[in-house]
Write a protein that binds this ligand. Structure first.
Ligand code: ARG
Length: 403
């Protein structure tokens, strides 16, 4: 095995990464620094410090990355209206490059030659972590214990924990928990009964949204302000990115917005079924399309929609820090210069619908489109010629076909 001097571990304090911590210390006999990010997963992070201390970690880093996450990762992605396979808002995909960036930064700071993560060999997350590390600092090695050790099952994992006196939460001794990944953008739940896509997901998998059936019978009207493509206020109140997304998660969750039961294609090659809850993100996607509808030129909007699936796939597959994602981002960002104004939405029993939109930079012209008499010169004969020329080749084609 290659000699490793110091490792920075992406550490959640959960059972898996606690075992990984012990395994790294034993296997490499070197110092392990733990890195834990607050991405709004809603867990008590000070408890993580105590756990790391108990495992003999000297250098424990716990960092609040909520603002950076939303400002520099979630919002740029929302500018593109990114959806993977038409539906997934990429809540886990977009968090990994941020964590990887900080793992690399910390490795450089403390002079570590490797970083480690707890993603398994079957998922997308290993790709997102490792491709990001490759792109940011090729000199840093990546250790993925799940692909290296000979622990092959949940049972063996628990045995290892017992042997090394790593506390196993009592609910994890009996039934295995779902595999959950949460942050300010979403909660993702996979595994167990969800692995059968023919089986309906049990109600208790949902954590941050109510069932739309149980949502309030009265709709709630909200207004979101945008500046240059990014949301900046809710109901006239200016908010930081993380505060704004937190606020919309509360509103969306109460109205049962943003639930998704999806079978998706993983980059590694298999299909998987997951339950996603993205309340605030779902509201923002609808609102952003609403403000774009009056501020973007048609061809600009259509070009954005053409590249969107490609852009979303890059993020899903782990290429956030790749040159082609940055090139597409430059195009998307450029398109947002006039995407400013206000969108009003109605939240009601699982849906967020735009009910009005307004912008000082609007391209919408009531005078031009009106069914009434208009002051703007629009020669109806121009439309006749426009149709005649567009129909020219169709008339030739139909005549040839003998229709
Ligand atoms: N399938 C989702 C993705 O690839 C989520 C992965 C992490 N979620 C989890 N529950 N372990 O982005």
């Amino acid at each position: 095995m290659t000699k490793i001097e110091k490792i920075v571990l992406s550490y959640s304090g959960g059972l898996d990464t606690s075992i990984i911590l012990k395994w790294l210390q034993e296997t490499y006999g070197c110092e392990v620094v733990t890195f834990t990010a607050d991405l709004g997963q809603g867990e008590e992070l000070e408890a993580v410090r105590a756990k790391a201390e108990m495992s003999g970690v000297k250098d424990i880093r716990i960092v609040d990355l909520r603002e950076e996450f939303v400002r520099d990762f979630v919002f740029p992605m929302l500018r593109a209206n990114a959806l993977y396979e038409g539906q997934y808002l990429l809540g886990s995909s977009i968090a990994r490059p941020l964590i990887a960036k900080h793992l690399v930064g910390l490795a450089r700071e403390v002079g570590a030659d490797a970083v480690a993560h707890g993603a398994t060999g079957k998922g997308n997350d290993q790709l997102r972590f490792e491709l990001a590390v490759n792109a940011l600092d090729p000199s840093i090695k990546v250790i993925a214990p799940w692909r290296k050790w000979n622990i092959r099952s949940r049972m063996q994992l628990l045995e290892y924990a017992e042997k090394h006196r790593i506390p196993v939460p009592s609910d994890k001794r009996g039934e295995a928990p779902f595999s959950i990944d949460a942050n300010l953008l979403h909660t993702s739940t996979e595994g167990k009964s969800l692995e059968n896509p023919a089986e309906v997901a049990p109600d208790h998998v949902y954590q941050r949204t109510v069932d739309p059936v149980d949502a309030p019978d009265t709709p709630e009207i909200i207004t979101i302000g945008f500046e240059r493509g990014d949301p900046v206020s809710v109901n006239g109140k200016a908010m930081t990115p993380a505060a704004l997304l937190t606020e919309l998660n509360g509103l969306g969750g109460r109205h049962g917005i943003g639930r998704l039961d999806l079978v998706e294609n993983r980059f590694i090659g298999m299909k998987s079924r997951g339950i996603y809850e993205t309340p605030g993100g779902t509201i923002l996607l609808t609102a952003h399309r609403g403000i774009e509808s009056i501020t973007l030129d048609r061809a600009a909007a259509h070009l954005k929609d053409e590249i969107m699936p490609r852009y979303a796939e890059l993020i899903y597959n782990g290429f956030w820090f790749a040159p082609e994602r940055e090139m597409l981002q430059a195009l998307i960002d450029h398109s947002q210069a006039f995407v400013s104004g206000e969108v009003t939405l109605r939240l009601y029993k699982g849906s967020a619908s735009v009910i009005s939109r307004a912008s000082p930079c609007s391209l919408y012209s009531a005078d031009l489109v009106t069914f009434e008499e208009s002051a703007i010169a629009f020669d109806h004969h121009d439309a006749e010629g426009f149709i005649r020329l567009n129909g020219l080749r169709l008339r030739s084609w139909a005549a040839r076909n003998g229709r």
